[in-house]
Design a protein around this ligand. Structure first.
Ligand code: ADP
Length: 451
């Protein structure tokens, strides 16, 4: 049986940062992935391709201040494909330079030191002397409603050479989470008649209500139907009927396409039940050192369900690597509160840390300060004079959270996240000479209002 110090199940963002770090420190590492390539679902069908589409449409929206511009959607898809190809090649190169190995196959855990891989060429077993990292990610959740198989998933839009190369005239998007709302906003800008159908009383229901209420009026035109569970999808010639609503309030709409965007679920490798690795439907249970109940088996990224985002997976992966290097005695911990989250609607909304709804639940008294983006030079240059930066602190003015809606939100939030992560105060932010003309200036302007 081949032996390695560390084996990763999966080769996405939750696996390869650890693999690179461990390799550099002299550990032997084997990555196993069903796809046989590094980078996981983020590059295959997630963050990178969706942003390649959304950013292009955002640029189009900005150009429309000067004329009646349009782009053929198939050209946007070509651009998206080329970005994915560039990154696959880059990752191949990085893998070669690091001298790391990936095996294409499906991994199953046999015991706390053995992994079995099934592939086209048969089945082999590998031994790990130090640790196993389970980084098997997540997949789109498809609910058991009649006709669910008729709906697209994000993979149909964003995988390489995707099924969808031409946009429909109308679409029903089932689910008002971030993936649904991001897709709704870019499609609306491209002229698609969009209806978002959400089961709960509000869209983006896991996020701070006051923040979401500020974003919604800024989004492109779309019909949002809340408190509307979908009952079934039916095909009618080239059209689809989506039937939704509660008992006694049933409705139906006819659309050219349906997108299922009701969330993602963890993918567990086989063997975790036999080995007694604790998990529930949200993910594998871990401590903040990323260890499962078996101390040399780690679970990082989407598979633990804590913060299913690429950059959180990357940080968790490095936490696991550091703890493996310390012989599985934790020296590094993951802090979920300092992970920023950006919703790539057009405009964007980004947030981090403790926001008012959570502060109230936790009984934390907070102070807040803001900067209105209409006053921002870069927003004026970009013709995007709306939204705000809002920062929350504890009573001693230590930054505990914040959000940004509008121009450059996904960039600006990182500085607030750094403040949360490092326990900085409003004074620290106020004293920073932020560049002009950049949206970041709004941070010290907001900080100076209170400090
Ligand atoms: P994360 O961001 O947490 O790394 P991803 O979903 O991007 O998650 O990546 C997970 C990767 O794990 C995917 O490339 C998937 O093909 C792979 N994978 C899932 N289950 C297994 C398994 N049992 N064996 C090998 N690879 C797996």
């Amino acid at each position: 049986m081949e032996e390695y110090d560390v084996i990763t199940i999966g080769a996405g963002g939750a696996a390869y940062p650890a693999a690179f770090r461990l390799k550099r420190s002299g550990f032997s590492v084997l990555m196993i992935d069903k796809k046989g390539v590094m980078s996981g679902n983020c590059l295959a069908e997630g963050c990178v391709p969706s942003k390649a589409v959304i950013e292009t449409v955002h640029n189009l929206a900005k150009m429309r201040h000067f004329g009646d511009y349009s782009i053929d959607y198939s050209k946007i898809v070509d651009h998206k494909d080329s970005v994915q190809n560039i990154r696959y090649e880059q990752h191949d190169q990085e893998l070669k330079e690091a001298g790391l190995k990936i095996i294409k196959g499906t991994a199953r855990i046999i015991d706390d030191n053995t992994v079995e891989v099934s592939s086209d060429t048969g089945t082999s077993r590998y031994r790990s002397s130090s640790a196993i990292i389970i980084a098997s990610g997540s997949e789109t959740f498809v609910p058991k409603i009649p006709g669910a198989e008729l709906a697209w998933t994000s993979a149909d839009l964003y995988s390489l050479k995707p099924k969808v190369k031409k946009l429909p005239k109308s679409i029903a998007i089932i689910g008002g989470g971030y993936i649904g709302m991001e897709t709704a906003s870019f499609m609306s800008i491209l002229g698609v008649k969009v209806t978002v159908i959400e089961m709960l009383d509000r869209v983006m229901s896991t996020m701070d209500e006051a923040m979401v209420d500020k974003l919604l009026p800024l989004l492109p035109k779309m019909d949002i139907r809340t408190a509307s569970p979908v009952q079934s999808i039916e095909r009618n010639g080239s059209m689809y009927h989506v039937n939704f609503g509660k008992e006694g309030e049933k409705e139906s709409i006819e659309v050219e396409a349906v997108l299922m965007a009701v969330g993602r679920v963890p993918v567990f490798p086989e063997g975790i039940d036999d080995l007694g690795i604790e998990h529930d439907r949200h993910g594998i249970k871990v401590n903040m050192a990323m260890q499962t109940n078996i101390k040399n088996i780690y679970a990082t990224g989407d598979v633990n369900g804590i913060t299913p985002l690429f950059h959180a997976a990357k940080r968790q992966s490095l936490v696991a690597a550091n703890n493996i290097m310390a012989n599985n005695v934790p020296i590094d911990y993951f802090d979920p509160l300092s992970v920023p989250f950006t919703v790539y609607t057009i405009p964007q909304m980004a947030y981090v840390g403790i926001l008012p709804s959570q502060a109230r639940k936790m009984g934390i008294e907070y102070l807040e300060t803001d900067y209105q983006i209409e006053k921002d030079a870069l927003a004026q240059i970009n013709n995007e004079m709306f939204g705000e930066i809002r920062i929350f602190t504890d009573k001693r003015m230590k930054v505990i959270g914040g959000y940004v809606i509008g121009n450059d939100a996904g960039n600006v939030i990182n500085e607030i996240a750094l403040a949360v992560s490092k326990g900085l105060s409003l004074r620290d932010l106020a004293e920073m000479a932020h560049q002009h003309p950049m949206t970041f200036e709004g941070i010290d302007s907001a900080a100076r209002k209170l400090y």
